[in-house]
Design a protein around this ligand. Structure first.
Ligand SMILES: Cc1cc2nc3c(=O)[nH]c(=O)nc-3n(C[C@H](O)[C@H](O)[C@H](O)COP(=O)(O)OP(=O)(O)OC[C@H]3O[C@@H](n4cnc5c(N)ncnc54)[C@H](O)[C@@H]3O)c2cc1C
Length: 281
């Protein structure tokens, strides 16, 4: 039978992780589903469970030096309620699950789950979020893109946990998120998109595009983004089809029971095109 460890302090949690192999659990809203063999059965865990939700040390939201720091045990609902959290992230979280899910589920859990359809991820990629990972020996901070390497795959070592999510405060002229799913809320994305831009002196100063649920991880192509910079809006509209076509590799979608590849590619490109065509000077 597996044991359930419920540490009250971060140092105790890190010590357990250093000395054994544990299944980390935060809100459990992903894990309790994944660990069932069929609906109606009890979840089956292969490893002892380290339940972190009682770690008050990891429940905080702080604004420091132009960055928002979100402790890993802050619930999704607490994030929505906080005045310093970027509006786009709140908008996305409001559509994640139901209030009951958001009262226990966490942003760290959405990252740790490493699903390409994780709704918060597309915004975290767009905003260049960094993830602070901790273990008994120390901390390291990595861009979210380097933490997630595939479907349910991360670079986290068995003795590490997500300590906090760091989001730089950046101003854009326009920032947008689109989720295509069976329903708007409480549904897994078939395709999701987040875009942001700044225009200076009638030219694109910055354009960011992130795509979710189309590949094995969320995708941001900085090479593609660079091609838009310094163009005037009219140049952009003329060159857009060629630019989007130039990055065929970017949108090379996955197939699963929710959608096929052709649908995903068409929808992702249409949403991106629509966003770019509406850029205003
Ligand atoms: C009915 C329902 C609706 C849902 N709707 C959505 C939706 O619309 N959009 C969406 O994106 N998701 C949705 N989800 C999935 C889920 O709620 C989210 O992914 C949530 O963010 C998971 O957080 P959690 O704290 O419950 O994670 P958990 O289930 O506790 O953990 C998930 C994974 O992250 C790891 N993990 C958690 N915390 C840490 C940490 N601090 N350090 C290291 N690893 C950690 C765990 O080991 C596990 O692998 C839904 C789930 C349900 C049941």
């Amino acid at each position: 039978m597996v044991k359930h460890i419920i540490p009250e302090t971060l140092i105790t949690a890190l010590t357990f992780l250093n000395e054994g192999t544990y299944q980390i659990m935060a809100g459990g809203t992903d894990l309790m589903i994944q660990k069932r063999s069929t609906a109606g059965t009890l979840p089956h865990f292969e490893r002892d469970v380290l339940y972190l939700a009682n770690l008050e040390e990891l429940r905080y939201i702080r604004r420091e030096n132009g960055q928002i720091h979100i402790g890993a045990m802050t619930t999704l609902e607490e994030i929505i309620d906080h005045p310093d959290v970027p509006e786009l992230l709140k908008e996305v979280i409001r559509e994640m699950g139901s209030p009951a899910i958001r009262h226990v589920g966490t942003l760290a859990g959405n990252i740790g789950n490493a699903s390409p359809a994780g709704d918060s991820l597309v915004v975290l990629y767009l905003l260049d979020a960094q993830i602070l990972l901790s273990c008994l020996q120390g901390n390291r901070t990595l861009p979210v893109e380097q933490v997630i390497t595939g479907v349910r795959k991360t670079v986290m070592k068995p003795n590490e946990l997500i300590h906090e999510i760091i989001i730089p405060e950046v101003k854009f002229d326009q920032i947008k998120w689109v989720k295509v799913g069976g329903r708007q809320a409480d549904a897994i994305s078939k395709v999701s998109f987040a875009g942001a831009y700044r225009v200076v002196d009638h030219r694109v100063a910055e354009l960011r595009l992130a795509f979710g649920a189309i590949a094995i991880t969320v995708i941001r192509s900085r090479e593609l983004e660079k091609q838009f910079v310094n163009r005037t809006i009219s140049e952009l509209i003329i060159d857009l089809p060629a630019i989007l076509k130039s990055d065929d590799q970017l949108i090379s979608p996955i197939y699963d029971q929710r959608s096929n590849k052709i649908y995903r590619r068409e929808v992702a490109l249409n949403i991106a095109r629509d966003f770019i065509e509406k850029i205003k000077e």
